[in-house]
Design a protein around this ligand. Sequence first.
Ligand code: BYC
Length: 312
Amino acid sequence: MDTAKFEEVFEAKLAKNDFIEPKDWMPENYRKHLIRQVSQHAHSEIVGMLPEGNWITRAPSLRAKLVLLAKVQDEGGHGLYLYTAAESLGISRDEMLNALLTGKAKYSSIFNYPTLTWADIGAIGWLVDGAAIMNQVMLQRSSYGPYSRAMVRICKEESFHQRQGYESITHLAFGTPEQKAMAQDALNRWWFPTLMMFGPPDRESPNSENALKWRIKRETNDQLRQRFVNQTVKQVEYLGLTVPDKHLKWNEAKQGYDFSEPDWDEFKNVIKGNGICNKERLASRNKAHSEGAWVRAAAEAYGKKQPEKEAA
Ligand code: BYC
C-alpha cells in the first residue's frame, strides 16, 4: 500500500473509534506526539513519588503511613505502565529516562511545589489526584490502544488516591482550629498550581489541535479545568473552607463558576525548570537512578542467564 492508502486506513480507524495499535501504520507526527505526551506523563508519575514519599516517615499514624506507602507505590506502577506504553511507539526506556535525568524532558509542573505540612499530603490526594482523574478519564478513550488501556487501570487507582486525600483533608477540616487552619493553608497554596496541571489556556496550547484531531485528547485544557472547578468548589464548601479566589462566582448562564486564571508567567517559569523544587526533584531522581544501578545490572545479568537455564 502507498502512504495515501495507509493514511486512509488510519483515518477510517479514528472515525470508527477503533484503537491504533503498535504494529499499525501511523503518521510520524502522531507517533511523536504520543511519545511526547506519554513519556511526560510517565515522568510525572515517578517524580510525583518524591514530594509524597518524603512524608512516609512522618505520617501521623500507622494507618496513614500504610495508606500513603500504598499510594506512592501505585505511582511507581503507573510510571511502569506508561513507560511500557511509550516503548511500544519505538523509543527506549533509556532514552526517556535520560531525557528526564538531564532536564530535557518535561513532567507535571505541580511537582515543583514544596510539601510543607501533613495537610499538603491530603491536598495532593484530593486536588492533584482529583485533577489527574478529571484529565485521565478522557484519556481512557484515547485513540492509542496501549495508552488507553494503561489509563483504565491508572484511573481505578487514582480514585483510591483521591479518596485518601479527601479523607485526610476532611479529618483536618473538621478537627481542631489549628488543624482546620492547616487545611486552609494547604488549599491556599495548592489551588492555583492544581489549575495549572490542565495545561495552558486553549488560546496558547499548541498541541491541542492535533491531539483533538487524532483523538489523543477528547477535551480541551480549559474544558477540563472548568469541570474540575465546578466539582471541587462543592467539596470545599462541604469542608467549610474557602477557595482562595475572590473572583470565584457562580455563572447561571454557563452553569459553571467564573474563576481567576492562574499566573501563567509562573507556570511558564516552572516548566522552564525554574520552579521552587525543580532542581531538588532532578537531583533526587538522579541520586535514585545511580543508587539503583546495581539492581538494573543484576536484573540484566539474570535475564541473560535465562536461555542457558532453559537449555539445561
Ligand atoms: N506541566 O499544548 P499543550 C499525577 C507543556 S501525574 C508541565 O496544552 P498538551 C500524579 C506541554 O507538555 C499527572 N508541562 O500540551 C502523579 C507542552 O510542552 P511541549 C500528569 C506542561 O500535551 C503522582 C506545552 O506545555 N498527567 O497525576 O496538549 C502523584 C504546551 O501545552 C503542563 C499527565 O501528564 C504541566 N501542567 O496538554 C500524584 C496527563 N501543561 O511538550 C499524582 C497526560 C502543559 O510541547 N498529559 N505543559 O514541550 C496531558 O493530558 C497533556 O499533556 C497536558 C498538556 C494536559 C498536560
